[in-house]
Design a protein around this ligand. Structure first.
Ligand code: NAD
Length: 294
């Protein structure tokens, strides 16, 4: 079993760290917000007084932070995790951040002879709680083989996408496509409804035709078609509009640096930005359907 330092215990990190405790690992936690540590500590983790304090005795360090600037701030510099970690440490950053920062931090770790994976996740808070997240990893094959054994305590599908940053690229590609098919599913269902079709019947037809896609199958955006979907629960998240917008922003930034043409992703980002600014940032991302309703 590993000795894990887990830093960043927000909506995702808290339940992920708790699952590592359940899997039998020795987990020490740290978050800038004292209260964020309480529930994981109650489940058997130890509390550290700082990120560097959490490193003591750890062979594996996992971080789950808001954005690239938090990751760079914590890992890099003379007092950063990379400079202070013991020989043999494996870092896994599960935050969703820009691939450039992931590469920079991964290469800094490697330059010190340490292993690092960028390992962003697919699946929201429910999947974090259930231990059914998907992990998309970037880093060496050796680091992946070692990290996978620990990630298995928090997730089901664990992929090696390539070298440093590749996990983050896989994540933005996936979420850009998710946004595109969610928007497309919403506008198709609303077009049908505007013509008097029952959205349940139309959904059934498209599920058995070439319009079938993940949003239609698992996350129908039209209210009362699928009882388990956020659309049937007043669009309570789920996956918030503001998080989708963040991921689309990362995809757009990357498309500029790589000169990639992403017209569908750009349109989806623009629609989500407009929708978010009208008081919808914290609603589920499938509520984009309402844009097509007036
Ligand atoms: P969150 O804001 O709830 O949690 C982030 C935590 O990091 C906070 O508790 C904060 O106090 C802590 N933190 C920030 N800087 C720190 C530092 N220097 N040292 C210690 N702790 C620090 O965010 P979240 O919803 O848990 O998301 C975390 C990451 O996962 C984000 O990158 C997000 O994009 C990604 N993600 C979230 C979801 C989701 O549904 N919430 C799904 C997939 C991916």
């Amino acid at each position: 079993m590993a000795k894990v330092a887990f830093i960043g215990l927000g909506n995702m990190g808290g339940p992920m760290a708790a699952n590592l405790v359940k899997a039998g690992h020795e987990v020490t936690v740290f978050d800038l917000v004292e209260a964020a540590m309480d529930s994981v500590v109650a489940q058997g983790a130890s509390k550290a007084s700082s990120a560097l304090d959490a490193l003591a005795g750890a062979d594996t360090v996992i971080t789950m932070l808001p954005a690239g600037k938090h990751v760079a701030g914590l890992y890099l510099g003379d007092d950063g995790l990379v400079a202070k970690a013991a020989e043999g440490t494996l870092f896994m950053d599960c935050s969703t951040i820009d691939a450039d920062t992931a590469r920079r931090v991964g290469e800094a770790a490697e330059a010190r002879g340490l292993q690092m994976l960028d390992a962003p996740v697919s699946g929201g808070v429910k999947a974090a709680q259930a231990g059914s997240l998907a992990f998309m990893c970037g880093g060496s094959a050796d680091a992946f083989a070692r990290g996978k054994l620990i990630l298995e305590g928090m997730g089901k599908n664990i992929f090696h996408a390539g070298d440093h940053g590749a996990g983050q690229i896989a994540k933005i590609c996936n979420n850009m496509l998710l946004a595109v098919h969610m928007v497309g599913t919403a506008e198709a269902l609303q077009l049908g409804a505007n013509n008097g079709l029952d959205p349940k019947v139309l959904s059934e037809i498209m599920l058995n035709s070439s319009g079938k896609n993940w949003s239609l199958e698992n996350y129908n955006p039209y209210p009362d078609v699928m009882q388990s979907a956020p659309a049937s629960n007043d669009y309570q998240p789920g996956f918030m509009v503001q998080l989708m917008l963040k991921d689309l922003g990362l995809a757009m930034e990357n498309s500029l640096t790589t000169q990639s043409s992403v017209p569908m992703g750009a349109l989806a980002r623009s629609l989500y930005a407009s929708f978010s600014s009208k008081g919808n940032a914290q609603r589920d991302f499938s509520s984009i359907l309402e844009m097509f309703q007036s």
